[in-house]
Design a protein around this ligand. Sequence first.
Ligand code: B12
Length: 297
Amino acid sequence: MVNELNNSQDISNITNKFVDALIKRDLLGIENSVEEAIKNGFSAHDIYINVFGSSQAKIGEMWHEGLITSAMEHFATESTLAQMIKVSQSFSTSKRNGFKVIVACVEGNLHSFGARIVADFLRLDGWEVEFLGADTASGDLIEFAQSGQADLIALAVSLDEQIDVVEDIIHQLNDTYQKYKAPSILLGGVAPSLNKFESYDNCSVVYTSTHNALIEARRLVGLTYSGTVLSHYLVILGKKVHELRKAKNWSQSDLASKCGLDRTYISAVEHGKQNLTIGAAVKLSDSFGIHLTDLLS
Ligand code: B12
């Protein structure tokens, strides 16, 4: 509890430093606050939502209230986007789920920042992501989705006047694909009337939670969340066992006899094919002389 409190205080301190640096146009301060967040071990999610998301909302509110100019708002947004590239690279992963998603803001929507966060989270979750940014013309979007064989279209919708645009995209998609399966649609953002689409087939609405966005995206293309994560996790664990064994200069048979498991079991673990039991994991970590949590982390 105390730890959680310290963590949330730390991240809000970093967010304050980041906003301060943006407003002072202090390029070094901008970089340093992000590096501090990475060094302190905050997750990509923490940094994106708490540092970047909150600062964008604060700076955006200042623009809405006429306290800063649009030049200042643009500078803050672009500087934050540059830092996002750095953070997404330092958390990048090679995992792939085999599906392609296009993330875009519907025609007329300039609120691209939240959509960009969702795009980066989908990429970190293994999707092939094509991000189109703000104000995407509906016809062009559909042509782009069809020619690139997208499985999912994720759309940011921020104002109620954009609801008709979404309606039109859904009709155009049905006309374009006809008997072929059209890509599913994931809708997100703060337009109050988005709930209108909750009952539509092949469509899902997520309001603000990025966690739900990832779950819904997978559900819409028929991927179970835990299944893919487990298989990915087993591959990582297998690589770790392989590296630890090689570091000791042991053959698979050496390791098998040290931990009392079959050699074919070790081989399956190393290839990420074995959903190993806790008992087997304990035997492996004991043989390597490391703690179980170090093996599994
Ligand atoms: C920054 C900002 C802007 C910037 C956007 C810059 C940019 N590149 O994104 C600028 C200056 C362009 C802008 C303009 C306007 N804005 Co503005 N803006 C904001 C502000 C302050 C912050 C938005 C933000 O980036 N938040 C941080 C991100 C991380 O949060 P988010 O956008 O909500 O995104 C999260 C979720 O919504 C979700 N999400 C977002 N997109 C998607 C997409 C998918 C597919 C999924 C699954 C999820 C998802 O996940 C994100 C991460 O959690 C909000 C108020 C606020 N405090 O939220 C108003 C706000 C959104 N704006 C508003 C308005 C009215 C406008 C203007 C009409 C103002 C004007 N008079 O000109 C114009 C409209 C321009 C246009 N045509 O779109 C209103 C919308 C009200 C409504 N929904 O009815 C708000 C809520 C302000 C308010 N309180 O009235 N704005």
